[in-house]
Design a protein around this ligand. Structure first.
Ligand SMILES: Cc1cc2nc3c(=O)[nH]c(=O)nc-3n(C[C@H](O)[C@H](O)[C@H](O)COP(=O)(O)O)c2cc1C
Length: 323
């Protein structure tokens, strides 16, 4: 299945694993890349640029295929050492960066100077167009269904993807809510050049997270995610749990007066507790509605091969009969 995305990134299948905090370690990125997709290490999960350099070096011992690094540009308050992380990426010889959050504009010259291809993840057509304008090579168009931060426009992929196809010239992948072959075939039909998956890749053998996390995704239905932090304009789709119920309650109570301090104790430092220790009620963790379509824990190789080969079968038989 050759697309503009497989050509751009020199990968076999048009399947990308999006950066995920405390999930996107070298083990997962290498497993996805070895399966013919594009694995991505999550830059900011590494405490320092030196740690990221070590994670990149580790990934290189696990795969000789292309892989990328995610750099998430956080809103306002926290300011990681982005120049340091970018130096680690460049020195590590990584040639693909997935950016997300705020615009990567300030760093495009650095990336381009080092021959790095940039795929920017965004949740609206206007941000996708801006990414194209500032020189990004591709975009990941993340619909309202997605795990993590869906933005504030609430446009699902059935609308967002064909809108992106109407206006973009650069290649784009469909992101958010995707986990199976039917959806890959649909994404291609809607104009995308491939798919980006987050939640689906957590429930794989190689994802280096606690078994409880994988089991909870398999057990969840499409009704089990919640949106939090809307009042802070930092909306996040998370798996429901005791802590999330509490946050939703506080948000209802405070209304428009909500401030980050009102929920900080419930959202701070949660990821290692959930992902590493398997404490599933420790706090909110990103999870997509696609959990309702995830029923097993395959290897990355089994998953990617299954999605691509079944999508080809859908196109060959089910769709061809209507042509
Ligand atoms: C647990 C988890 C952590 C995530 N962390 C990040 C992150 O640090 N940076 C980022 O750009 N996206 C992050 N994402 C978003 C994913 O890269 C991807 O865009 C999203 O999961 C796609 O939606 P899906 O989960 O429905 O496949 C995260 C998603 C999950 C599920």
């Amino acid at each position: 299945m050759k697309t503009r995305i497989t050509e751009l990134f020199d990968i076999e299948h048009p399947v990308i694993q999006g950066g995920m905090h405390f999930v996107g370690f070298a083990e997962l990125a290498a497993a996805v890349s070895n399966a013919g997709g594009l694995g991505i290490i999550t830059g900011l999960t590494q405490k320092t640029p030196e740690d990221l350099a070590n994670e990149i070096a580790k990934c290189k011992t696990l795969t000789d295929k292309p892989f990328g690094v995610n750099l998430t540009f956080l809103p306002g308050f926290a300011s990681p050492d982005y120049p340091g992380y970018i130096k680690a990426i460049i020195d590590g010889g990584v040639k693909i960066v997935e950016t997300a959050g705020r615009s990567p504009e300030a760093y495009m010259e650095k990336f381009k100077g080092a021959g790095i291809k940039v795929i920017h993840k965004c949740t609206s057509v206007r941000h996708a167009l801006k990414a194209e304008r500032i020189g990004c090579d591709a975009v990941s168009v993340d619909g309202f269904e997605c795990g993590g931060h869906p933005g504030e426009d609430d446009i699902p992929n059935m609308i967002l993807l064909p809108r992106a196809a109407e206006v973009l010239s650069i290649p784009f992948v469909a992101s958010g809510g995707i986990g199976n072959a039917q959806q890959l075939a649909a994404a291609l039909a809607l104009g995308a050049d491939g798919i980006n998956m987050g939640t689906r890749f957590i429930a794989t053998v190689e994802a280096p997270v606690h078994q409880n996390v994988k089991d909870s995704i398999v057990a969840a239905s499409e009704l089990d995610t919640r949106l939090i932090m809307r009042g802070l304009r930092n909306t996040e789709r998370v798996m429901t749990n005791v802590a999330v119920d509490k946050i939703v309650e506080i948000e209802k109570e405070k209304g428009a007066d909500i401030a980050i301090d009102d929920i900080m104790a419930l959202v701070g430092g949660v990821y290692p507790k959930v992902m590493t220790e398997g404490a599933m009620d420790a706090g909110p963790w990103s999870c997509g509605m696609v959990a309702g379509l995830i029923h097993d824990i395959p290897t990355c190789e089994e998953l990617v091969t299954r999605i691509v080969s079944e999508a080809q079968e859908i196109i060959r038989s089910r769709l061809a009969q209507f042509a």
